[in-house]
Design a protein around this ligand. Structure first.
Ligand code: NAD
Length: 469
């Protein structure tokens, strides 16, 4: 697979949507192009004492809103091209769901799963120092987050490095999101992207026209799902689809191979099995299958949640799903996309479907800047009113409420509940907006609608705010 394909696909999707835009060519070019790129190579001591030179990138795609925001990917496949494509998607994603950031992305060319924790820590800290040196990180400048191959642990090392170098700055903890809870993270961030995928799919399957269009019964209950990539995003997506939506997870594809069970797989038990044995294979009740083949087996919903360019002209003709739900960034390339469209398969596009992560990252960033958690922001006044009301109810009925119920009524919802409620509302509202825009503007598909909405929002903010010199 050529390295340029991902960025080419993002540009092709952009151009296809931009054709329907009222904005002039110059403005559209500014919306499309990447504002700044930092390519670095730095030395890191390996575990055996030798020196290794690590290549890494940070791309800041758009400054129409600041700070810029986007995850950091650790993978041996990382390239400049990929990083810019991912940064561009971040710009469109944020605009689409109304998160006021420009897009950015980072990439570090190491294979995280085969490196020691010590090496990953040294790489992360050095990468952060490089970003600080060139002003490519900061609460008001550019705020990284987790992506493929990184998580809470790496975000913790980043904030710790930043804190020690920039100790006199205000709002230090807002320099990165996806941090551990004990380091001013926010509850719900780990599952946010996957849970957002669930909310997005639920909205589509509960709409009046989409299930009919696909010849399916409305709702998620009983729908067969196949997942590629049982990672942070994929696991939480299928867990919610299974537990909250009543869907049947029939197949999983991972690096070590695939498994399929037409009666459904318990994904929580499967994760435990993988942690215990190091593999999803040989899971009780399931058949081992080739990892590419399992994606082509019978199901209603296929969720690619691993990497880009997984559905191409080569395998798109054999996909049996009615919906391809892009939990990963760029999993369907432009040739694959054309075939899926021709075959009447609905694609829920990445820039909408995996926006739950950046949405909750926004809440974390706001919380870090306010220096107070959201549940504490609920006014003391409200709490006193609630307490009076509950006491009055208890006096009138002569009964005491159970302590957990009393505390919930008096103190209001906890932070996790607030975060999930806001995530659900963002994903549901965004789906409805894209869906209506698709129909109103008579656009060919949901991806074009999502891109055009995002492009016009970014273009509008450039022209309205007189940003051009
Ligand atoms: P992750 O590293 O937690 O998980 C990815 C999983 O995919 C791993 O288990 C890996 O083994 C598996 N995988 C890799 N190549 C595969 C292949 N060829 N076949 C089958 N499985 C394969 O990464 P993640 O954070 O879950 O990210 C996955 C995708 O979601 C990426 O495209 C990322 O950019 C996107 N995304 C992530 C977030 C986030 O919050 N983490 C937010 C938005 C989008």
């Amino acid at each position: 697979m050529s390295k340029g394909v991902f960025y080419d696909s993002v540009c092709a999707y952009f151009d296809r949507a931009a054709k329907h835009s009222k904005y002039d060519a110059g403005t559209l070019k500014q919306v499309k192009n990447c504002n700044a790129i930092y390519r670095m190579q730095f030395p890191v001591r390996a575990d055996d004492g030798s020196i290794r030179v690590v290549e890494a990138f940070r791309a800041e795609h758009s400054y129409h809103r600041l700070p810029t925001k986007g995850g950091i990917r650790f993978s041996r496949m990382v390239s400049l091209n990929e990083t810019v494509a991912l940064a561009a998607l971040m710009t469109y994603k944020c605009a689409l769901v109304g998160v006021p950031f420009g897009g950015a992305k980072g990439g570090v060319k190491i294979s995280p799963r085969s490196e020691s924790e010590g090496f990953r820590e040294r790489v992360t800290r050095r990468y952060t120092a490089e970003l600080i040196r060139k002003n490519f990180i900061g609460p008001d400048i550019d705020v990284p987050a987790p992506d493929y191959g990184t998580g809470e642990q790496e975000m913790g090392w980043i904030v710790d490095t930043y804190k020690n170098i920039r100790m006199n700055e205000p709002n230090i903890y807002a320099c990165v999101t996806g941090k551990p809870l004990g380091m001013q993270g926010i509850p719900g961030r780990t599952q946010a992207t996957g849970q957002g995928v669930y909310f997005g799919l639920r909205s589509a399957m509960e709409s009046t026209d989409v299930p009919k269009l696909l010849g399916l019964e409305p709702g998620l209950s009983g729908k067969r799902v196949i997942l590629q990539g049982l990672g942070k995003v994929g696991f939480h997506a299928v867990k919610h689809l299974q537990n909250d939506g009543g869907a049947l997870i029939v197949g999983i594809s991972e690096q070590e191979g695939g498994i399929y069970n037409p009666d459904g797989l318990d994904v929580v038990a499967l994760l435990a099995h993988r942690q215990e044995t190091g593999s999803i294979l040989d899971f009780p009740g399931a058949k081992n299958v080739d990892r590419a083949e399992v994606m082509e087996m019978p199901c209603e919903i296929l969720i690619p949640a691993a990497l880009e360019n997984q559905i191409t002209a080569e395998n798109a003709p054999r996909i049996q799903a009615k919906i391809v739900a892009e939990a990963a960034n760029g999993p369907v390339d432009q040739a694959g996309d054309a075939i899926l469209r021709e075959r009447g398969i609905l694609v829920l596009p990445d820039l909408f479907l995996n926006a739950g992560g950046v949405t909750v990252s926004y809440f974390e960033w706001l919380k870090n800047r306010a220096g107070v958690s959201f549940d504490r922001m609920i006014s003391r006044h409200e709490e006193l009113n609630n307490r009076e009301m509950v006491s009055a109810m208890e006096t009138l009925t002569g009964q005491k409420l159970p302590e957990s119920q009393r505390s919930h009524l008096v103190n209001g919802p906890d932070e996790l509940r607030l975060v999930i409620a806001a995530l659900e509302q963002t994903m549901t509202r965004s789906y409805n907006q894209i869906h209506d825009f698709w129909l109103q503007r008579e656009l060919p598909d949901l991806r074009t609608a999502a891109f055009l909405m995002a492009i016009e929002r970014v273009a509008e903010s450039y022209t309205h705010h007189g940003i051009f010199p």
